[in-house]
Design a protein around this ligand. Structure first.
Ligand code: SF4
Length: 335
């Protein structure tokens, strides 16, 4: 997928006449490529726009601006950013989403065979015996017994429900899967099992993942590359190993410092789980670099001039001063 200058803005309406008085710039100009077969994680604090961006990629939302060129199995690119529902139909089975909440995302009044079978029926599998055999096969793939297909969601644990959610997404053999905080509602041990399952399925089905998460430990484990979002934009895009070994943007460094981990190579505060200061308001974005009110390195230039993404080392970074900064001492509370 080739994403160029994607914006998703929502109007703010007030009064009985519903006059537009401003706009929320939830996603504010993202450009990146998603490579076939990789896991690209999108990280950032709540409110940074990562879920909205994921919804734009799967076209649950139509971007206000920009292009999303999807390259199908034949290698041909199509800009799906502004297609109508009928034109989108051929791409709906290729690009699927796994949702965060395994309790809310499954209809409690439908049996598993109907939940997974619905995707198949929607994409043209009309023979009920074929639906049943494909649902059974999919359940086996995600480690559930096929005879469970006649049960309702309440009969399953959180981890099992998320497996059903994964089976539903993969039943129609997609190529790209956007997983939005898909393990964050699960216990840590179940998270690990679910991540391992997703990796196995990625290999088996040659899947590309866009993995949206605020949990950097999970991201480090599963990703090939990471895009760090702040205030609707990507501020750092890098290979996972390079990003965790040497973050190039002060926001990335502060996010990493907020993860408690016993690693003597990295300076950590150990206890903090939240960064100091408020996340930038997408309805009232700070001038210049949106991170400047929280950045310990901010200069006058940062307050007036918006940094563009540019190569710094092996990463792409949106920071005026990245090369000159010593980020080793950055803590979650330094901002
Ligand atoms: Fe900090 Fe300035 Fe870089 Fe923004 S551009 S992250 S304010 S140093």
């Amino acid at each position: 997928m080739r994403v160029r200058d994607v914006k998703v803005h929502f109007p703010i309406k007030r009064g009985i006449l519903k006059r537009t008085v401003g706009q929320v710039r939830a996603v504010d100009g993202i450009s990146l490529d998603i490579r076939a077969g990789e896991t690209l994680s999108i990280v950032g604090e709540s409110g940074c726009g990562k879920t909205t961006f994921g919804q734009a990629l799967v076209r649950v939302l139509e971007p206000t601006h920009g292009s999303i060129e999807y390259f199908g199995a034949n290698g041909q690119g199509t800009d799906i950013a502004h297609l109508g529902e009928t034109e989108l139909r051929p791409y709906r089975s290729d690009i699927r989403m796994i949702f965060q909440d395994p309790f809310a995302s499954l209809n409690a009044r439908r049996r598993v065979i109907d939940i997974i079978g619905e995707s198949l029926r929607n994409f043209g599998v009309s023979d009920e015996r074929e639906v049943e055999s494909r649902v059974a096969a999919m359940l086996r793939k995600v480690g559930l017994r096929p005879e469970y297909m006649n049960r309702f969601p309440y009969a399953f644990s959180g981890g099992e429900r998320q497996r059903i959610g994964i089976a539903r997404a993969l039943a129609v053999h997609p190529r790209l899967v956007v997983a939005d905080e898909c393990v964050s509602a699960l216990d840590v041990s179940i998270q690990a099992q679910t991540l391992n399952l997703m990796q196995d399925l990625q290999e088996e089905f040659a899947l590309t993942y866009v993995f949206i998460s605020h949990d950097l430990s999970v991201v480090e484990y599963i990703s090939d590359r990471v895009a760090v979002m702040y205030a609707g934009r990507v501020v750092e895009l890098s290979d996972t190993e390079a990003l965790f070994a040497r973050p190039r943007h002060p926001y990335t460094a502060a996010l990493l410092a907020a993860v408690p981990r016993p690693d003597p190579r990295r300076a950590r505060t150990g206890a903090a789980t939240r960064l100091k200061g408020e996340v930038a308001d997408p309805a009232n974005r700070p001038t210049g670099c949106a991170f400047h009110p929280r950045c310990p390195f901010a200069t006058d230039r940062c307050r007036s001039e918006e940094p563009e993404m540019r190569p710094v080392g092996a990463a792409m970074v949106a920071c005026h001063h990245s090369e000159k900064l010593d980020l080793k001492g950055v803590t979650a509370n330094a901002a």
